[in-house]
Design a protein around this ligand. Structure first.
Ligand SMILES: [Zn+2]
Length: 500
């Protein structure tokens, strides 16, 4: 049903199997209006969207109980997900249909993936209300799943709770227990509109920690290139939005890192089929209806490119670099870096231990990338009986046992009981015996001067290394960063300077 092909951080490239074909994830799921869609769904399929979402509640309201197959209604032959009206509950407070009726209607639509009628918890909703919404959603979800037959669509369990993380946790655990094969995390729209990316990120992590990795996670209402890398890196596999068309209605043009008003654009930096054909001025001169579709199409293509860039980053093992780069697009998004540096335990198991490419180390945040944290852990387990420690600086050849500097020293100290190590601010100490363990010989580091006080992982490893091993002598090169640490060594260890 869901197959994972490649991981990086908590993000993954996977295949979702549906009755209407395979869907490669992560994927953006465009919202298709069952009645008023103006960009043809055929065009949307051609662009490469193999899964779309449409609204069962509106479909029923417009076409009645005997609406027929949803694939015929929206004229789309890929996989379709139907929302049940939860969004309308969020907008208007309630809907005039029972959960049971909408579930049976979704069944009759022969949709591929369906969502029971949930009661979304919006951002800012008090705890007691949120709790009752969560309970109602869980009750409806459980009943819907219990009444499902073999021919049913795949039912998605809606996780609610918003910023009340204990409710998100409770929701997720219950839905997994009921047996849902896919989950969807509710209502991040307002969080994104109020730039609460940190809350959003913590909400996703809270849910992900309660579900097995074999279950795909959908994120409701995320469709901007600013949020997509964040959502994917935290483990969201699919995410839907009508942003492409809603923004277009408002003459708003989505770029890879912001949203611009059409009247403020002089030059298009995009080369999509729209932007290479029209100038901003020409689009402004079109009538409203054409303009909406044209901007909408550009917006859709921009979102698609963003998803593709994130997927390429997963394949290359560069998702960390990509997310941190993206975080610099907006001061509020920048705040999510702390979520990534604080949650390394969440990322460590799903980030490959070995990668084909070198890791890039720019600044202090990078000491917390999962590959680096794994290396620190290996060093903290390292034991030696030798009593002389020699700390070499970075060498041009890696692993350092291949370098001329090391070979010279090895000859000079051949008859002594020496443990050779290298150091660098990010990786900490690098003992010779594990100096080829990834990524200690596979990194590119900026040569900016790094402040020892900023490298807490180095400090931890250093303290552990000296408390678990018994060195009498330490030879260290004259290096400002290293000096900060050698000064902290107990007096019984004799310090000597190492000249290379
Ligand atoms: Zn464009």
């Amino acid at each position: 049903m869901f197959e994972i092909k490649k991981n990086d951080l908590a993000g993954r490239i996977g295949i979702l199997y549906t009755k209407h074909g395979k869907v490669e994830t992560p994927t953006f799921v465009p919202v298709i209006h069952p009645v008023k869609q103006t960009i043809p769904s055929k065009k949307i399929r051609e662009i490469g969207f193999d899964l779309v979402i449409t609204n069962a509640y509106i479909t029923r309201k417009h076409f009645g109980e005997e609406a027929g197959r949803i694939h015929d209604i929206i004229n789309y032959d890929g996989a379709i997900m139907t929302d049940s009206g939860g969004y309308q509950v969020l907008e208007y407070g309630k809907v005039d249909i029972t959960p049971k009726d909408i579930a049976s209607f979704e069944r009759n639509l022969e949709t591929d993936i369906a969502i029971p009628l949930d009661k979304p918890t919006s951002y800012g909703l008090g705890k007691a209300k949120a709790k009752s919404f969560v309970e109602q959603t869980l009750r409806v979800s459980k009943e819907t799943l219990e009444e499902s037959k073999e021919t049913d669509p795949m039912w998605v369990g809606p996780i609610q709770g918003s910023e009340h993380f204990d409710l998100v946790k409770k929701s997720t655990r219950a839905l997994v227990k009921y047996g849902f094969k896919m989950l969807a995390l509710g209502s991040p729209v307002e969080l994104m509109e109020s730039y609460e990316y940190v809350i959003l990120a913590n909400m996703i992590i809270t849910a992900k920690k309660q579900m097995p990795s074999s279950i795909p996670l959908h994120l409701f209402g995320a469709g901007h290139p600013l949020t997509i890398p964040l959502a994917v890196a935290l483990g969201c596999d699919t995410f839907d939005s009508a942003s492409y068309i809603l923004y277009a209605k408002d003459d708003r043009y989505i770029t890879e890192d912001r949203t611009l008003r059409l009247d403020k654009i002089t030059y298009f930096s995009c080369n999509c089929e729209i932007c290479s054909k029209y100038t901003p001025k020409e689009i402004r001169e079109l009538d409203k209806k054409d303009r909406i579709d044209i901007i909408g199409l550009h917006n859709l293509l921009t979102i698609k490119s963003e998803v593709d860039r994130v997927k390429q980053a997963i394949l290359e093992g560069r998702l960390w670099e990509y997310v941190l780069k993206k975080a610099h697009s907006h001061p509020k998004l920048y705040e999510i870096i702390q979520v990534f540096t604080k949650n390394h335990d969440f990322f460590i198991n799903t980030t490959p231990r070995f990668k084909e490419k070198a890791v890039f180390l720019f600044s202090k945040e990078d000491q917390f990338r999962p590959e680096i944290i794994s290396y620190h852990r290996a060093v903290r387990r390292f034991r030696t009986k030798r009593d002389i420690l020699m700390i070499l600086p970075d060498t041009t050849l890696r692993p350092f046992y291949l370098s001329a500097e090391y070979k010279k020293l090895e000859k000079k100290f051949a008859n002594q009981n020496v443990q050779f190590c290298q150091f660098n601010p990010f990786l900490g100490l690098i003992p010779l015996e594990i100096s080829d363990l990834y990524p200690s010989a596979h990194f590119v580091m900026s040569r900016n001067s790094h402040q020892p006080q900023d490298f807490s992982e180095f400090t931890k490893t250093w303290n552990e290394f000296f408390s678990k091993n018994n060195f009498k002598y330490v030879y260290a090169t004259d290096d400002k960063f290293l000096k900060f640490y050698t000064k902290m060594l107990p007096k019984k260890i004799k310090k000597k300077s190492l000249k290379i």
